[in-house]
Structures are given as C-alpha cells and as structure tokens.
Design a binder for this molecule. Structure first.
Ligand SMILES: Nc1nc2c(ncn2[C@@H]2O[C@H](COP(=O)(O)OP(=O)(O)O)[C@@H](O)[C@H]2O)c(=O)[nH]1
Ligand SMILES: [Mg+2]
Length: 312
C-alpha cells in the first residue's frame, strides 16, 4: 500500500492505546508525540501537525466518551481529525455534459501524460466514450507517448506531431469531439511555473474552456505541494489536484495535507506507473486504510468503492 511507513507508525500508536491498561494524560501525551513524529516523517508541515495534535489532545481530554470506551473514543477522535486533516469530504467529478472536458496541467515530469491514460481507462471502464488530446508541443516524443498511452487504455487519441500551436491542434479536430463523452486534454509542462507556461495554459484554457482543470502534482515534493497548488490556482484557476507517484515516496502524506490546506480538492491519487494505478481520493477510506480499519471495523469506515457515477 502507499505510505506504508506512516501507516505502520500510526497503527502501532493506536495499538499502544488499545493495549494500555487505562487512559490518562500521560498516555494521551504519548499518543500526540507519536502522531507528530509519524506525520513529520511523512513531510507534513510542522504547524499543521501541531494544530492537528493539539485538537486531538483537547478532544481526548475534554470530550465525553458517549457510549464508547475511552480507548475507542480516542481512536475515533484520531480517525476523525486525520480525515479532516486530509480535506474531510470526497470531491467527485460530476460528468455533467457531453463532451465533458478534463484538462491536465502541471510541471514537466509530474505525471500528466501517464495520468491522462489512467483517467481514460478509469472512465472507459465506467462506460464512457473517451478521447485523449495531446497538446504537449514542446517535449520531443510527447506525441508518441500520448499515442502509446491511448493504445494502452484502448481509447482514441487526437494529436499532431508537426503542429507547434496547441490551440490549433485542439481546433483542428473540433468537429469530432461531439462523438465522445469525455475529452482528456494533456498539456505541456515546464521545469517551474514560468511566464511562458502560464501564457500557454491561459491560451489553451481560453480555447478549450475545460469543465475540470486538474493540476497533477508529484507526491515526492511533499509539503512544497501547497505552494505549487496555490501558484497554479492563482495563474490558471485549477478545479482540483491529482497527486501522482504516491507509491514511490514517503513524503506523500505531506503532499496530501499540503493540498488540503491550499483549498484545492484532491480528486485522484496516482499509485503506480501502470494504466490501472489510479484511485479516486476519499479521505475517509484513505485514513481508514492508513489506520488499518478497512472494512473489518463494520464497513462504515472502510474504503467505499464508488460506483454511483457508473453509467447505466
Ligand atoms: N511510480 C509512479 N510513477 C509515475 C506515476 N505517474 C507517473 N509516473 C512516472 O513519472 C514519469 C513522468 O511521467 P509523465 O506522465 O511523462 O509526466 P509529464 O511530463 O507530466 O507528462 C514517468 O516515468 C511515469 O512513468 C505514479 O503514480 N507512480
Ligand atoms: Mg507529458
């Protein structure tokens, strides 16, 4: 699973509570220290972590257990506050009309093209007809990559190896878009959010008017994700974030919390290089798995597989 180390530390902390003879302030202080250590190792922001653990401590000391044992109550407080920490609610994409346009933006190497293929597969599996549109005109071999990605996901790709104008590439196939339910648009990135990149995204944005403008962020940048999400939001109005490469780094916890605090809802996470390695992000299910609650604890807190958006 992703964030294995964080999960291991949090689980053993909760086990410590479960195994203790009685709950007192000393144990709660220990719990708080353990959680702080675990989250700081995952590169979560120090201030955010201290705010979180302060809340946990206050609630654990002051709230009544109401039908639960004190230990159960504390475990439930940790769960609830971690869910809040990661954005609280799930933010699903509502495919509102046809063709629904999802554009991916982000820095070079963040995982846009790979994620475009994963999204294509994700929605194709749910019965939508998908086309990928390759607008990365800068990176050599970008068009071959998107074609390969489209082949793996078994969907149509619109691209143009010779054209250097992304707006033109988009416009040239416009008549054909009405045949698709969802268009997934892959754009170019740069090494940093530069004036050139902003200008290009703005132009593409104006021409396409995407329904969802999703920023792809690599989890390995940890808490720096906050600044990146805020910068992209300011310059090109993102509607959400996809945190990629959650499988390859211990810093993913920091990236997730940083996005949550930036106010940009995390809609998906990438958990591997393959076309199926994408999950809708649901803070409740995610924290449930992190703490090892899964479906075993009665189901209500486990990962809930979303099938409600499945096409009938
Ligand atoms: N391990 C892992 N690698 C990923 C993930 N998403 C993308 N990558 C890899 O990251 C690299 C850059 O991805 P790419 O899609 O080309 O990034 P782009 O420049 O933003 O289009 C490639 O080697 C991908 O295989 C992920 O979720 N997990
Ligand atoms: Mg790319």
């Amino acid at each position: 699973m992703v964030l294995e180390k964080l999960s291991g530390s949090l689980k053993s902390t909760l086990q410590k509570i479960a195994k203790s003879l009685f709950v007192d302030e000393k144990l709660i202080n220990e719990l708080v220290k353990d959680i702080q250590r675990a989250l700081l190792h995952a590169d979560a922001n120090v201030k955010l972590v201290f705010d979180l653990t302060e809340k946990i401590k206050k609630r654990a000391l002051n709230e009544e257990a109401k039908g639960l044992t004190k230990k159960e109550q504390i475990i439930s407080i940790v769960y609830e506050e971690l869910v809040n920490f990661l954005g609280k609610e799930q933010h699903k994409i509502d495919i509102r009309q046809k063709p629904f346009k999802i554009m991916l933006v982000g820095l070079f190497g963040s995982g846009k093209t790979t994620t475009a293929g994963k999204l294509a597969k994700f929605y194709a599996k749910r019965g939508f007809k998908i086309a990928l549109i390759g607008l990365d005109i800068h990176r050599p071999a970008a068009m071959e990559q998107i074609e390969q990605v489209g082949k793996n996901a078994n969907v149509k790709v619109f691209s143009d190896k010779k054209n250097k104008d992304p707006v033109e590439i988009w416009s040239n196939s416009k008549d054909e878009y009405k045949d698709y339910d969802i268009l997934i648009i892959d754009t170019a990135g740069r090494d940093a959010l530069s004036h050139d990149l902003i200008m290009e995204i703005e132009e593409v944005n104006k021409a396409i008017q995407p329904d969802e403008n999703l920023l792809v962020i690599s989890a390995d940048i940890g808490q720096a994700a906050q600044k990146q999400a805020e910068q992209f939001h300011k310059s090109c109005g993102i509607t959400g974030v996809i945190v990629s490469k959650m499988d390859g780094t211990a810093k993913g916890g920091g990236a997730l919390t940083a996005c949550a605090v930036s106010g940009a809802p995390i809609k998906f996470i990438g958990v591997g290089e393959k076309v199926d390695d994408l999950e809708q992000f649901n803070p409740q299910g995610f924290v449930g798995r992190l703490l090892g609650m899964g479906n075993k604890s009665g189901g209500c807190r486990g990962p809930r597989q979303e099938i409600s958006e499945r096409r009938v």
